[in-house]
Design a protein around this ligand. Structure first.
Ligand code: NI
Length: 156
């Protein structure tokens, strides 16, 4: 659990490092019409963080609450991620993670095992939700690398 918390705390730094020095053209590049640009990935990661921070707080505050998911592709289109401000979202992501830090610092074993249930009946504990947050960033960092490879391929 400690290692997950530590990486959770570094998520913002990892994202910043992954996009450091990348040109706006590359940040907006889409490997295919239905694939996300790095810009869109950053906004998605933040939107996902808004929902999951709420989810993590709900699990701690309420007794076996109902948890919600979102249709991520629909959000990209309907919220027009292309016109949203990336820097604002990076700051928001950082604030969300920082806001959880005192909660994590004082987390008891009982709290770590508290859970919530999705409409399909799947139950997740706070600990699992936290681990999923870390894996979510890992997955999207790998995706950013794939987009960068695809961009480089168009430049040669
Ligand atoms: Ni995602």
């Amino acid at each position: 659990m400690k290692a997950w918390m530590e990486e959770y705390g570094r998520g913002h730094k990892m994202l910043r490092e992954a996009i450091e020095g990348i040109s706006e053209e590359e940040l907006r590049f889409k490997p295919a019409p239905d694939h996300w640009s790095i810009h869109q990935i950053i906004i998605h990661v933040t939107d996902s963080e808004i929902l999951s921070t709420h989810r993590m707080r709900k699990v701690l505050a309420e007794n076996e609450p109902l948890l919600y998911s979102f249709d991520q592709d629909q959000w990209v289109d309907e919220l027009r991620y292309d016109v949203l401000d990336r820097e604002q979202h990076l700051q928001l992501f950082e604030s969300l993670r920082l806001s959880m830090q005192p909660i994590l610092d004082h987390l008891t074993e009982e709290q770590a095992e508290r859970g919530g249930v999705y409409p399909d009946g799947l139950r997740f504990t706070f600990k699992q939700l936290l681990e999923y947050r870390v894996q979510h960033i890992r997955g999207h960092l790998a995706q950013i690398e794939r987009v960068r490879d695809a961009y480089r391929a168009t430049q040669s």
